[in-house]
Design a binder for this molecule. Structure first.
Ligand code: ADP
Ligand code: MG
Length: 460
């Protein structure tokens, strides 16, 4: 067996080292350090290549996110690779610090590409892997109905809109995946509106032929176009899109579109197109509530073969509130961090990992502001929180304010103590623990604290 290890041992660069150099050029230093620094390659005489990695999580992550890149690099170096495997090897891997941003970066590179042939939808974006909650129930139900019977429901076109990272692309791809697997549609096309625009332009400029562009869509049964807000302000593309759109609708072919805002708020979109949208179903996806965020985390962890402690799930879900993509990013960071260091996934690690985000919020949320919001919620004055009175109706709000100050700002315990009428830091710790524990016992208290956090969040 021919073994090619890292160049560390070998003064002239090994094929794998050359391959790594190519990969590093493509993905940048931080991603590289996180995912590739500790890898090794075995090139076997039968032409297969196996990459040794620290554990199964690594194997899955690298395969999914960098598999294509590795194959390209091997091909560029003319290293034969009939099959590529990622093998978790138990040994003393050097502990390296995971780089959060690189992980997010790696994730961002994984946006689905245009699908013009069948068989290339993102395998993660299926209905089975989509968590349904109040925020997306309608969009999910409509998407499923359309996938089951494309062109046969009244949801035609189906338009799903909502903020970024809330699952629009996931749903569009899930429709594609479903229709392909269950064979409810024959020719399926998924494109982002930018890809649509670019293709259209290149047909006109290079091929000087817009008819053949139009013809590409004639026999499409299911057309999925993501992020149509980018059609805004592009009248020529809109016209072509409208032509195709009308033709397909006339023939009862299914059209599904997504947008980051309601269609009538897309800037410079032709009114007749918007009116036509309204003949189908326009439905939104809202940011998920706490329960749904927890369910999403549970599901994602389960898909990675992990069971996370309830407290960890709750901690992440209550701190990361903006969108699902960010939620996933934190989970990956958490799992990566624990696999690197061999630590168990505990609430402390979760706190550490979420800390960056909470700290970022802390820059704009001051202790004063928290005191004001807590005082407002209890109908007392902010000054009472600093006073040295022990009246019960002030003690609880004061504790809550201290708890929130520790949780939402980056200030030291000493500083927080000072802002609360010069109290000792141990008082802040006591308040923090008390409110944290009491919330577990009292849903009422928990609701109260959450309500104040809901007020703080938009200010972050
Ligand atoms: P959008 O297109 O709205 O910006 P995406 O569809 O790309 O958002 O979703 C961002 C990430 O969050 C994806 O990895 C997706 O799988 C995940 N996601 C979003 N909503 C859900 C959900 N309800 N259940 C499971 N995963 C979700
Ligand atoms: Mg999207």
């Amino acid at each position: 067996m021919l073994t090619e290890n890292l160049a560390v041992i070998n003064p002239s660069p090994s094929p794998w080292q050359k391959c790594l150099d190519l990969i590093q050029e493509k993905i940048g230093v931080s991603s590289f350090e996180t995912w590739f620094r500790t890898t090794e390659m075995d090139a076997l005489p039968d032409g297969s290549v196996s990459i040794n990695v620290p554990n199964q999580f690594f194997a899955d992550f690298i395969e999914e996110h960098f598999g294509g890149l590795i194959r390209e690099a091997l091909a560029a170096l003319e290293i034969a690779c009939s099959t590529l495997r990622f093998v978790p090897i138990k040994k003393d891997w050097a502990i390296i610090q995971p780089v959060a941003d690189s992980i997010a970066e790696a994730q961002n590179r994984c946006v689905p590409k245009a699908v013009e042939r069948t068989g290339r939808f993102h395998t993660n974006y299926t209905f089975e892997k989509f968590v349904v909650g109040d925020s997306n129930r309608m969009a999910h139900a409509a998407a499923l109905a359309v996938a089951e019977a494309p062109g046969k429901t009244s949801f035609n076109p189906l338009i799903v809109y909502g903020g970024t990272g809330l699952g629009k692309t996931h749903l569009l791809q899930a429709i594609g995946n479903f229709a392909e697997k269950e064979e409810t549609a024959e020719k399926i096309v998924y494109l982002t509106s930018e890809e649509f625009t670019n293709q259209y332009i290149s047909y006109i400029i290079d091929k000087k032929d817009s008819t053949s562009f139009f013809k590409k869509f004639i026999d499409v049964d299911l057309l999925l176009i993501d992020d149509i807000q980018f059609f805004g302000g592009k009248p020529a593309t809109q016209k072509e899109f409208y032509r195709i759109f009308n033709k397909l609708l006339l023939e009862s072919k299914q059209i599904v579109l997504s947008s980051d805002r309601p269609p009538d708020q897309i800037k410079d979109m032709m009114t007749h197109i918007i009116n036509r949208f309204m003949s189908g179903l326009v439905t939104d996806i809202q940011p998920p509530n706490l329960e749904t965020r927890m369910a999403i985390l549970r599901k994602k962890a389960e898909l990675d073969g992990l069971s996370l402690p309830g407290a960890v799930i709750e901690h992440i879900a209550s701190h990361i509130t903006s969108n699902v993509r960010e939620l996933e990013g934190i989970l990956i960071k958490l799992i990566a961090s624990c696999s690197f260091t061999g630590r168990d996934i505990t609430i402390d690690v979760a706190r550490e990992i979420c800390g960056d985000i909470v700290a970022r919020n802390g820059e704009r949320i001051s202790i004063r502001l928290i005191q004001q919001k807590v005082a407002d919620s209890f109908n007392i004055s902010a000054n009472q929180l600093n006073a040295h009175t022990r009246k019960r109706d002030v003690t609880l709000p004061r504790y809550i304010a201290m708890y929130l100050a520790k949780k939402w700002t980056r200030q030291s315990l000493r500083t927080i103590g000072l802002e609360f009428g010069g109290r000792d830091y141990s008082t802040i710790i006591h308040a923090f623990k008390k409110i944290e524990n009491d919330q577990l016992q009292s849903p009422e208290l928990q609701a109260r604290v959450e309500a104040i956090e809901e007020v703080l969040r938009p200010l972050a």
